[in-house]
Write a protein that binds this ligand. Structure first.
Ligand SMILES: [Zn+2]
Length: 297
């Protein structure tokens, strides 16, 4: 039975949460929540969301009813872990996580989450705190039957904000990693902040030159879209060998990337030399990485 996780992106709809410099807590929590949903599913978890858009769950424009609805969603589906995502306010610095009492069976999961997330903004105070009835008494911790956590990733109204914005795509992978480690699952591959495929496998200079030349030849007969994809693939090879990049035509469309991947695949099948095959393979991987990014972003 896969573990069932409920992700609760804090606030939403009528309730922006904390706001600073035009940035709203509800947008940050939703962005991270959706990324985390996809990553946890990729890792093999069953994921339930309290919201997946800029709305309040159930459409209640009132805090008590809104929070009750979030707990109800988790309780009816009998999730194993409930994770509420928030951004703090009040002028402090760092991340902290609230659990029920000491955290019970998920104490070390909470610790894993805060250890990962605090690499962005550091920790605030004691980092793991009691959000249950004997602590801050958060509704989503007290009224959920699952083991619950409420994560504050940092402070929106301090210089944490800059760090949060610069690293927005890093939170979900960090949280996902903690879940995978706790439940002993393989951490899914994410290339959210990595344009290039994981670097080599030693590429052969001569083979790379040859493949770059072939990609160049293709641009002479191809459409404009294909030209961009060929340029992108050639530049990935140039980067891998630290060769100078003379022209950067930008990110290819998925359709053009697909076509050039097909061409590289066909060439790969016709090639005898392993070094040349490696170069085709590397260039095709670079184009695949662009495609997988589109689904995350
Ligand atoms: Zn909040």
């Amino acid at each position: 039975m896969p573990k069932r996780i409920c992700i609760d992106p804090g606030h939403g709809g009528y309730d922006p949460g904390a706001v600073a410099k035009g940035v709203r807590e509800k947008d940050i929590t939703l962005k991270i929540g959706l990324q985390l949903r996809d990553l946890l599913r990729k890792a093999g978890f069953e994921v339930l969301m309290t919201r997946e858009a800029d709305v309040s769950p159930g459409g209640y424009p009132q805090v008590a009813a809104d929070l009750r609805e979030r707990c109800r969603i988790a309780n009816t589906k009998q999730v194993d872990v409930f994770l509420s995502l928030h951004v703090n306010a009040g002028g402090g610095r760092g991340a902290e996580i609230y659990v029920y009492g000491q955290g019970g069976p998920i104490a070390s999961l909470a610790k894993g989450v805060i250890t990962g997330v605090s690499t962005i903004c550091g920790t605030h105070g004691q980092a793991v705190r009691d959000g249950g009835p004997n602590g801050t008494g958060f509704a989503v911790i007290c009224n959920t039957e699952a083991d619950a956590m409420l994560l504050e990733i940092g402070f929106i109204d301090s210089d944490d904000l800059q760090k949060i914005q610069a690293n927005l795509d890093k939170f979900a992978p960090l949280i996902c990693r903690a879940f995978c480690e706790f439940y002993k699952l393989k951490v899914p591959d994410d290339r959210a902040d990595d344009q290039e495929p994981p670097v080599p496998q030693m590429l052969d200079r001569q083979a790379v030159d040859l493949v770059i030349a072939q990609l160049g030849a293709l641009t002479k007969t191809g459409t404009d879209e294909v030209l961009v994809a060929c340029n992108y693939a050639a530049n990935s090879l140039r980067r891998a060998l630290s060769l100078p990049i003379t022209q950067n035509k930008g990110i290819p469309t998925p359709r053009a990337a697909d076509r050039v991947i097909d061409v590289l695949g066909a060439l790969w099948m016709c090639a005898e030399d392993e070094d040349i095959q490696d170069a085709y393979h590397y260039a095709a991987d670079a184009l695949r990485a662009v495609q997988s990014q589109r689904f995350i972003g």
